[in-house]
Design a protein around this ligand. Structure first.
Ligand code: URA
Length: 202
């Protein structure tokens, strides 16, 4: 990990830029490989994430792990962060003022990781990273260029838990992400475990 990454993590850990710092147990900076070519961005920590200081460890996180597994990935091969790093009480959406206070950390994470592919998990991340007019129901699974990074949005795993009828569409979106990974990510030892010249996964 670089000095810049560690400095950012330290700065974030003592952040008091919005009132969420008064109710948080932990700042949830992110998890995974900061050298990853694929980065996923959620909304903000829930109760379990706040308790453990790790993103996506509750039910939605279990589903996210399953979704990654469907395309041959796991959280050690990607980087996962959120728009806001502290839990909004009662699991409400993060307020704009909270997002504004926190977004700089995410943008600096993206700058340092320089992923080739960015996946927004749900509308809050898509509104921040793709367009402030983003419509998740109409535009999920489409690809955008965001400052030179191939970017898409898929339904948030919590939305898929609430409404399983959206799962087939999300599966198509995941397959599209897998195709993009195979097309533009170069660290094939991470992304192509099923290539014939390699041992198949156990
Ligand atoms: N939902 C999110 O958006 N992020 C988490 O870390 C957990 C649940």
């Amino acid at each position: 990990m670089t000095d810049a990454w560690e400095a950012l993590q330290r700065e974030c850990a003592r952040c008091q830029e919005c009132s969420l710092c008064q109710t948080r147990q932990n700042v949830v900076f992110g998890v995974g490989n900061p050298q990853a070519e694929l980065m996923l961005v959620g909304e903000g920590p829930g109760a379990h994430e706040d308790e453990q200081g790790i993103p996506f460890v509750g039910k939605a996180g279990k589903l996210l792990d399953d979704m990654l597994a469907m395309i041959g990935l796991d959280r050690t091969k990607v980087y996962i962060a959120n728009v806001v790093k502290c839990r909004p009480p009662g699991n409400r959406d993060p307020l704009n003022v909270e997002q504004d206070a926190c977004i700089g950390y995410l943008l600096r994470q993206i700058d340092l990781i320089r992923p080739k592919i960015l996946v927004c998990l749900g509308r809050i991340a898509a509104l921040r990273l793709i367009s402030d007019k983003f419509r998740i129901t109409k535009e999920h699974g489409l690809w955008f260029d965001c400052n030179g990074i191939r970017t898409t949005a898929i339904y948030h795993p919590s939305a898929l838990l609430r409404d399983p009828s959206k799962r087939p569409e999300s599966f198509d979106d995941l397959k599209s992400i897998q195709r993009e990974v195979l097309r533009i990510c170069t660290r094939t030892e991470l992304y192509l475990p099923w290539l014939p010249q390699q041992e198949p996964p156990a």
